[in-house]
Design a protein around this ligand. Structure first.
Ligand code: ISL
Ligand code: CA
Length: 559
């Protein structure tokens, strides 16, 4: 068993502009975060992943960085940041920073230089190309609508931007770029941070010759990506006791084992997106289809099984780019409380490091703003225009945004139910508060023993008490059941049973093949209930067969 602190940790993701505003300008900031460290400690978070707080013109909320070694004014100062790091370390917590080096901002001085002339020393820091017969060099589309190439008057060439046109892609073929990135990373690590989350890191190696190919999907897992990451590991990462998590779009477990395999010398783990695509249609995420529990189980099970002993999973069901998990996979109406707890039970009892996205721990939900003017996300705003032009009705587009828009996750944290903007700010928030804050907020959650918050706290505590939750092998039970997700976790003689009803209808769970678990057949009578998401304890005598209430979740220790 390859023990590591980051396998035993729970990560909490902070989206700084929406977490807590300390000075009334409507934008969350570092001092706001500092004021909530005790809250995070109470929850039991071990590691904080801080989304970008660097200097940025904010075209993509900080994912467009104009200076990697300074703090955005609206977030505070480097002194504030140092105090945050100190505050975390004093409380025994760790900090990982977002590393966004597939692209920079077009306002970064490298790009300002680069675009000046073809012989500028920074020209090759980015990917410039002459046009093809007056058109872009190839047919790639940007993730945020429109072409991935922007024509630049000054030199009559196009530059590549896989995201917004204010996010030009860096040229990783250039060893100087790599050196700059490694030096910058070393600088942060020497300040004492505990690792990095690496933005779209499997897009840094572009295919030679930049061939046509749908949506620049060709940039994913490019030919030199492992060489670059191994170099980064040798030059930087291997010198520190840190964790790294790569955001890797479109990867299979086989790919993940290359990025995060124990003996690969690359990353600690990656985020996979297979599960996030479960309700996408043929035309991408906006025009989706309902998801099926059997597919959901199949995807998680494949990742659990295929990475066993080879690489480590990261476990999440939402983040700052995704809808709220309770709205998407649970029930954000009458069963919000139990369904959020059921999903939490899943996330905290699989093999892998769980990631909690801010507000998830109080069951925050998606939002439905009336008009497009209330939205701020560049992806959403561009998509709205694109599909209007393609002939969709505004109503249809708004429904797609309600289901999948990134601002669902970005509405500010709901700290209390009595202050005008949920206690997030005394000013006007940069993005409106979800109107449900009077029912869903931290103050109420802390005061109620049966809250989603306290359930997360207990799950995190259980993880610290039972090594089997961290390291145990995973085995799916009743794969074909369309209503119940059940599995065991086994470590030596220790075994857990997790049973989750995913729907609002009661159901009966009958373990059809208990002989698959020798431990179970001997010890079912002695099974001990570790946690359940209802206040009264279920009456079932035998865990081989149980009656589950809507969204009921139970974890038993079998031995
Ligand atoms: O947001 C998405 C789903 O609509 C993804 O396509 C997302 O753009 C992709 O996961 C990459 O995300 C990361 O890089 C982007 C940034 O906008 C995201 O916030 C970040 O997580 C560009 O830096
Ligand atoms: Ca502020």
């Amino acid at each position: 068993m390859d023990k590591k602190w980051w396998k035993e940790s729970v990560v909490y993701q902070i989206y700084p502009s929406s977490f807590m505003d300390s000075n009334g300008d409507g934008i969350g900031d570092l001092r706001g975060i500092i004021s909530k460290l005790d809250y995070l400690k109470t929850l039991g978070a071990d590691v904080i992943w801080l989304c970008p707080v660097y200097e940025s013109p904010n075209d993509d909320n900080g994912y467009d960085i104009s200076n990697y070694q300074s703090i955005m004014d609206s977030f505070g100062t480097m002194r504030d940041w140092e105090e945050l790091l100190d505050g975390l370390h004093t409380r025994g917590m760790k900090l990982i920073m977002d590393l966004v080096v597939n692209h920079s901002s077009d306002e970064h001085h490298w790009f300002v230089e680069s675009r000046k002339s073809k012989d500028n020393p920074y020209r090759d820091y980015y990917i410039w190309h002459p046009g093809k017969e007056g058109e872009a060099p190839n047919d790639w589309g940007s993730f945020f609508s429109g072409p991935a190439w922007e024509y630049d008057d000054a030199t009559g060439e196009y530059y590549l931007h896989m995201f917004s046109k204010k996010q030009p892609d860096l040229n990783w073929e250039n060893p100087k770029v790599r050196r700059e990135v490694y030096d910058m990373m070393t600088w942060w690590l020497d300040k004492g941070i505990d690792g990095f989350r690496m933005d779209v890191i499997n897009m840094i190696s572009k295919p030679p010759g930049l061939p046509d190919g749908a949506d620049g999907g060709t940039c994913i897992n490019g030919p030199r990506v492992h060489e670059f990451l191994q170099e980064m590991n040798r030059e930087v990462l291997s010198k520190y006791d840190i964790m790294t998590v790569g955001e890797t779009l479109d990867v299979t477990p086989e790919d993940a084992a290359l990025f995060a395999g124990t003996d690969r010398g690359e990353l600690s783990m990656v985020f996979q997106f297979e599960l996030m695509g479960i309700d996408s249609g043929s035309d991408g995420k906006w025009w989706g289809k309902p998801w099926k529990l059997t597919d959901f189980k199949q995807i998680f099970s494949k990742w659990q099984t295929d990475l066993e002993g080879k690489a480590w999973n990261s476990i999440y069901l939402n983040n700052h780019d995704q809808p709220r998990l309770v709205s998407r996979f649970g029930n954000d109406r009458e069963y919000r409380n139990v369904s959020a707890k059921m999903l939490a039970t899943l996330l905290h009892t699989l093999q892998g490091t769980p990631y909690i996205y801010q507000g998830e721990e109080i069951g925050m939900t998606n939002v439905r703003f009336k008009t497009i003017d209330e939205y701020r996300d560049i992806e959403t705003l561009n998509m709205y225009k694109e599909y209007l032009e393609k002939g969709r009705t505004p109503e249809e587009i708004m429904e797609a945004i309600y289901a999948k828009g990134r601002d669902n996750a970005r509405t500010p944290m709901q700290w209390n139910g009595s202050s005008p903007h949920a206690g997030f700010t005394t000013g006007t928030p940069w993005l409106a508060i979800n109107p449900n804050y009077q029912d869903i907020n931290v103050e109420q959650a802390l005061a109620d023993d049966n809250s989603i918050f306290h359930y997360y706290r207990q799950l995190i505590e259980l993880r610290k008490q039972h090594e089997v939750i961290v390291y145990g092998r995973y085995e799916l039970i009743n794969a074909d059941d369309e209503q119940v997700y059940a599995y065991t976790r086994t470590l030596g003689q220790e075994q857990l049973l997790v049973v989750l009803n995913f729907y609002d209808q009661p159901t009966r769970f009958d373990w059809t093949t208990p002989e698959a678990s020798p431990i179970l057949s001997e010890k079912t009578q002695a099974a001990k209930l570790l946690i359940v998401n209802y206040d009264d304890v279920p009456a079932d005598a035998d865990v081989r067969s149980m009656d589950l209430r809507p969204y009921e979740a139970r974890v038993y220790k079998l031995s």
